[in-house]
Write a protein that binds this ligand. Sequence first.
Ligand code: G4P
Length: 519
Amino acid sequence: MMTAEPAELLNGRTFAIISHPDAGKTTLTEKLLLFGGAIREAGAVKARRAQQHARSDWMAIEQERGISVTSTVLQFQYDGFRVNLLDTPGHQDFSEDTYRTLMAADSVVMVLDGAKGVEEQTLKLYQVCHRRAMPVVTFVNKLDREARSPWEILEDIEQKLGMRTYPMNWPVGMGAIFRGLYDRTEGVFELFDREARQFRRLPLDEAGLTEDESAALEEDLLLLTEAGESWDEAAFQRGELTAVYFGSAMANFGVETFLRGFLRLAPGPRPRPVEQGWVDPTAENFSGFVFKIQANMNPNHRDRVAFIRVCSGVFDRNLEVFHRQSGRRLRLSAPQQFLAQDRNIVDRAYPGDIIGVHDPGIFHIGDTVTTEPRWEFIGFPRFSPEHFAEVELQYTLKHKQYQRGLDQLVQEGVLQRFRPDDQGPQVYLGVVGPLQFEVFQYRMHHEYGVDVRLRSLPYRIARWVLAEPSRWEFGRFDRVKLVRDDLGRPVLLLEDERHLERVLERHPGLKVTDSAPLS
Ligand code: G4P
């Protein structure tokens, strides 16, 4: 194995942006790429997306809806860091992939719309991050418009997410009367020059604020020092305290300061758990895990790509690795890295990087590839689906193709499969985002020649039962559906959280969990 500079083993910063649709994730991503020199002009990310649609015919859904089903990694260099921004599917294409992508990140940026605060999708994504104790840096966006007061936003974060807050900067005015941002870490003022649409960093007393503005800022800063949180690095690293930046992605208020600050705060590649303990990024052996499998990304090669997050060591092109789950040795051929949506063949990759490798049909989500055969990464969960349907079995002639397609798509993680607890013939499918059902039907038709009809079921959550459930004897009154997942584990399908609460009240000994180990 070639040795790498320790800097390259540790200077990767791999993060994902979590947000509710329309909070400004795309706009912020674009600005970050501009600063990173990965794109030259604003609008390029959206334009490239449009181009991508025009070019790709691998999935008509993408074209019809004008959305991106594939998620990619955007890599750029900044301030000596190798930055990997994981692009999480977020709109109508919200799916289990969105959650899984978070497993490959070491930290997250949470973008909030300054007028709206914490919204529903942000909350869902945050819960996944919280479970992994990931550090969260918050960007409160759209301060060029009328927004809620910064105090209200901080309170919203603390109340809805239970995270303490530490503002890194503080706005003076907003919307039409926005004057700039006070940088608390460096004690300078970033003055917004409205005419030149530029920022200037100045000592506070040279910023030319009115007396009222200065007095209000002074009062806010005093209150922050006296009543606010003090910076607690350990709490930040555990995800208990979030660093908060205010700004505007579109108007470019405070974005570069945010990027610099974020990279200073964000952890490098974090150690990852295996059965025997933890794998450190500086370990000599290469290791990584599969967090996403994407079929047919390129119409010219109807291939499958497995996305691997590098956890330790150095990946060299054509490295021979051990695939833990199949027990096979294989060469990871034609590894690709994804640079602002273009695929590039890479020669080397380091901890925190994402590589896409050709999948001969052997990979599952969560699989380990490594040069140290004893390692197997653990802790990659299966998430609760939020939509369920029953397969209407009617194509008995094509049963073999149906079975093959279903097995394959379940393996890829397009959907989860459940069976009745009483071993009846029904097949239930669960997905996080309803688009996954469409992807399933589309691919069954185009790849396996089978038309699948689905009947939607009235359930919205699944809970894995932590013990054999027979003794709870669910009655009609409970209205729960008891099923088994692919590994035979008992699972309850329920209508909503309130339904779950009622069932738990009626069955005091019942213990359930909202995610389960993959294997
Ligand atoms: P998303 O990826 O989180 O869904 O959000 P996106 O960046 O697409 O932004 C959603 C809308 O909010 C866009 O407007 C975008 O221009 C606007 N926006 C983003 N950041 C800011 C900001 O800092 N200030 C203001 N005022 N608006 C912002 P749109 O009209 O939906 O699209 P477009 O026509 O501008 O592209």
